[in-house]
Design a protein around this ligand. Sequence first.
Ligand SMILES: Nc1nc2c(ncn2[C@@H]2O[C@H](COP(=O)(O)OP(=O)(O)OP(=O)(O)O)[C@@H](O)[C@H]2O)c(=O)[nH]1
Ligand SMILES: [Mg+2]
Length: 679
Amino acid sequence: MASISTITTSSFISLQAISRPKSRKSNHIPSNASPRNPNSNRNRKLKPQKAKLKSPPQTITSTAGEATSYTRLPPLEDFTVPSLNLGSRPPEEIKLSDANVVKQDSDSESQRFGTEDGMDGDLRVDYGRFEVNPHFEEEEDEDHEYESEEEQEEEEETVNGKSVNSYNSDGVYEGEELEEFADGENVNLSVFEGEEEGVKEKGVPAVMRCFDRAKIYVKAGDGGNGVVAFRREKFVPLGGPSGGDGGRGGNVYLEVDGSINSLLPFRNRVHYRAGRGAHGQGSCMDGAKGEDIVVKVPPGTVVREAGNEEVLLELLSPGQRALVLPGGRGGRGNAAFKCGSNKVPRIAENGEEGSEMWLELELKLVADVGIVGAPNAGKSTLLSVISAAQPAIANYPFTTLLPNLGVVSFDYDSTMVVADLPGLLEGAHRGFGLGHEFLRHTERCSALVHVVDGSSQQPEFEFDAVRLELEMFSPELAEKPYVVAYNKMDLPEAYENWQLFKEKLEARGIETFCMSAVKREGTHEVICAAHKLLQESKEANKGSEGWTHPINLNHVADMVQRQRRAPINDFEISYDNASKTWQVIGAGLQRFVQMTNWRYKDSDTRFQHVLEACGVNKSLLKMGVKEGDTVIVGEMEMVWHDYPQNSGLSKVKRGSFDPTKWPEWKISEAGDFARDLSN
Ligand SMILES: Nc1nc2c(ncn2[C@@H]2O[C@H](COP(=O)(O)OP(=O)(O)OP(=O)(O)O)[C@@H](O)[C@H]2O)c(=O)[nH]1
Ligand SMILES: [Mg+2]
């Protein structure tokens, strides 16, 4: 039996490794969790890397759009599915107040859309409740947790298959999602009255959506392994150790590419892995460095770690490049371990595993002025008049499905970027319509132009409803300076209502402009007023903490590196009473265990010495570790022995009088790595 005295004399760790999990360890360090979180270990294998990864796929650049437009709107024919034939919608105004109508009897529906013009009444779409297929919501659920990467990959492929491949070369939808919306059937109008939270319209086919959010997986390359080799050369007796170091793993960079205008490429490719470093070789030859990977993103991309609100990076200007994950260090070869006391080291390290991370990318347009308003108010028409942009314009709500950008040039050599956003409906903050999806793009705008449809029944109500939506989305957004542009003055009803509208708003202290975007009348005044607001805002922000480019874009990599290279003596010990297991958790220790190559004999000795030197043994003894307790350090699972056993250790203990009980591997459990030191 172990006595107290025995325990104190055997102050060296007496750990017996009983098993070594084969699973690879995750080097992922979530920024919101302690690096010692045991849950960060991955107990599943990553898929083997297929080929050397190069820079992002060429297809990325193929999405380049026109200079003045950052968005690509698929041709209208793409959307002409039988029951969603928006293009042939009669020129009838849908008023904002229509959104309130939850139940509409079929008679009034057919009156509105009529069957006499040959449309078979298949246009019964309530734009206030724009949901075509609820299944999309399930497929696209961002919060969906995948049990494994494989599952996620499968799922992503399925989603891709349905959303992208469902359109044939003629632009006709072939997917099964819309089968249920046959001619004459009503498109799902089901946004229920009283439904408050969590209603997010995603019922539009994927091609119609703006690819302004993406989730990607990035992994830095693993370092190459060092090797044990000895110089053998004629006339050079006892040439000494000559094992080279492994090469560094490749880094992961994010780079802004001005020719990309959406995050669409990330639907086709989600995983980005840098190359691993080559292993070292004999004759002191170090391994080659792994290939870096550069993930190209569009200007205005905001990067977060998945599941974390904190913004890691904001990439705005083309050419900006940020190092996100540094490659793993190459393991040292035995030449590096040569010292006065050990001239023939039989030890080499594994390469350090590269860190991995899931990143959430969000595209925010970089516009100075945002055009907001109800659907069909004439926002796109205004943009087309004041800039060279050519957004889709038509007399039905939700013509604009994705934001459009235009550059407005003034005579006096000054430009500003204007964004035209999809229309906002009452209830947009709860997900009705499309506009809310894109409101975040206006967060960077310095001023807004609020276009009001003068020909609507209640322009003032429309104005108030949209303002309310802006406030509901973000109070900061509502506080931005804005210009009200009362549009469609060429129409008699708009002309008649103008004076009343103007008086009412002026009574509230809001300056209004009237214009006819179609006739290009009054638009110049509107845009000059917006430009003035922009200048004022710039003046106000001058010298203050306006948004600036971070100087060091490598701070994410620095953070990862800092966490990964934590001191080895910085660890915590926890004890699980039920399983009598001690867990020693520390990023430095974990990294050390991962880099220990157990194939080499001296690795065991070094491991024991390090545990002793960094105080693990002492701490365990202090906390009352007992004979036979299981101790887990990193991936190593060992058994604690209070006193040395004689069996089979003579070989290791030769020349040493320390009372260390060296690990004894269990051949059956440790698989390839196993060996019994007692033999
Ligand atoms: N008579 C008249 N019609 C206009 C004027 N401005 C726009 N329109 C018409 O209004 C309809 C809607 O114009 P859009 O520019 O597509 O409206 P929008 O606000 O971008 O609409 P969404 O993108 O659906 O939100 C089109 O038929 C335009 O021709 C105007 O000043 N006078
Ligand atoms: Mg539009």
